[in-house]
Design a protein. Structure first.
Length: 211
């Protein structure tokens, strides 16, 4: 079977899977709030890592520029790093998503590919070590200077503008929030949306009947 795999370095945002109205609840439980915050963090760190990956690729394919080469050297000499859930600092010399494609052979495969793309990253350190990490193992992003972080945020903003030009320029992190918001669906059509009290419909019918 032929597979139409479209590269997508930005990756589809991680969003909660919609549920039917019968699964909705009024308000949000502590577990649901925690899940939302985790999803938001995954979207933020994915934005940062994919931005770094694109920056590296663009530098390798652009014409030689001494100033640009120096900027790239500063970005990928270990000054940037991720901190794992076990507290290990992994300096970044190169980073790539393990799967960054949208497979559109069917609606199901497209949705599945969007759910998993850019959720596992391979990081090579300046010393040559290679780590393969899922997003949930990354607990922090470390940089030695704020200027380097600003470059990543700017690159992420440019990538989001290219994906959604109609929305214009947005502050870094806003895309991660809107991705989560879109996953909840319009007018409460999502897994964390309020649900009418059970039996509410019967009570309305009784009220109209004068019971």
């Amino acid at each position: 079977m032929e597979t139409n795999a479209t590269p997508s370095m930005t990756g589809a945002p991680i969003v909660p899977s919609p549920k039917s109205g019968s699964a909705r609840r009024r308000g949000a439980s502590p577990e649901q709030i925690k899940a939302r915050r985790e999803l938001f963090w995954y979207n933020v760190i994915r934005e940062m890592l994919t931005a770094l990956s694109v920056m590296r690729i663009e530098r390798e394919t652009d014409v030689y520029d001494p100033a640009a080469e120096e900027n790239a050297r500063q970005m990928f000499d270990g000054r940037l790093a991720v901190i794992t859930s076990h507290g290990a600092r992994i300096p970044i010399a190169e980073v790539h998503p393990m799967f960054a494609c949208s497979v559109s052979t069917s609606l199901e495969t497209r949705e599945l590919s969007e759910e998993v793309q850019c959720t596992v990253f391979q990081i090579r350190t300046p010393g040559g070590e290679v780590y393969t990490l899922p997003l949930h193992e990354i607990r922090s992003f470390h940089t030695l200077t704020p200027e380097l972080l600003q470059r990543i945020e700017e690159q992420a903003r440019q990538q989001e503008e290219a994906r959604r030009p109609r929305e214009g320029s947005q502050p870094f992190g806003f895309a991660a929030f809107t991705s989560l918001s879109r996953g909840l669906g319009p007018a409460g059509d999502g897994p964390f949306s309020p649900q009418p009290d059970e039996g509410g419909e019967d009570e309305d019918e009784q009220g109209r009947a004068g019971v």
